[in-house]
Design a protein around this ligand. Structure first.
Ligand code: ZN
Length: 237
């Protein structure tokens, strides 16, 4: 019997594997979306805010990297379309191409922390660093472009969040201060201390400016210096 011939079985198995491999190579997607990936080393930083890091990245003159990459994506798309045109599996390839497009998440930024680990060999410890991804954020080109334009409008002076909070502080006028004091009747809204002479009386942002709080009547309250001090400890550290 031919099926008992071990050489024959080997040939059948090997050809089956070869055919499967060829089919896999033909039908798998040849498209690989070119993501922009940038890592920020946040070792030793507390509560890093991604917007600030991206702003600093742009302020440091790196927006051209983002522009270059955006051009690269455009060229890549053109190349793909040309290949699809030439392909005999045109519709199939086009589906694969469309599925692989991911412009919304084209620009990926990662927070990484460096960790020190050790090799141990014959009682000798050698330190080495490994980076660990803490979080990932993806943006499209439009977002980064508008970020760049906003930063440009303030001469790349500082991150936007910082700029806006600085302006919020400027909005605290003498008139607004008096309105808050009158509304709260010279009384600390946290402990109830009455300060009719105004000594030790402070105006506090209920939602802190650093967290997006605005300098408006509804977000302001009277506190005594003691309560204000406690509040700062809790919110900022
Ligand atoms: Zn108080």
């Amino acid at each position: 019997m031919i099926f008992n011939n071990p050489e024959y079985i080997t040939i059948v198995v090997l050809s089956a594997i070869a055919v499967a491999l060829i089919l896999y190579l033909i039908f798998r997607s040849p498209f690989d979306y070119p993501y922009f990936v940038h890592q920020f080393d946040i070792s030793g930083k507390r509560n890093p805010c991604i917007e600030d890091w991206i702003d600093e990245f742009i302020i440091d003159g790196n927006f051209y990297l983002i522009q270059l990459h955006n051009e690269k994506i455009k060229r890549w798309k053109n190349d793909c379309e040309r290949k699809i045109d030439k392909s005999i599996l045109k519709n199939y390839r086009n589906d694969q191409f469309q599925k692989c497009l991911d412009d919304k998440n084209a620009f990926c930024f990662m927070f990484v922390r460096m960790q020190t680990r050790y090799h141990q060999h014959n009682y000798v410890k050698t330190p080495y660093k490994v980076s660990q991804v803490v979080s990932e954020y993806s943006y499209d080109y439009t977002y980064l472009l508008s970020r760049n334009n906003l930063l440009k409008s303030i001469d790349y002076e500082m991150p936007l969040r910082k700029y806006y909070s600085k302006n919020q502080r400027k909005l605290m006028t003498k008139e607004l201060r008096e309105k808050v004091i009158l509304r709260d009747n010279y009384t600390c809204r946290i402990c109830g201390k009455y300060m009719p002479d105004g000594v030790g009386l402070q105006i506090d942002h209920i939602v802190p400016i650093s967290k997006g709080g605005k300098t408006v009547l509804s977000n302001l309250q009277v506190t005594c210096s003691k309560c204000n001090g406690h509040k700062k400890d809790k919110l900022e550290y």
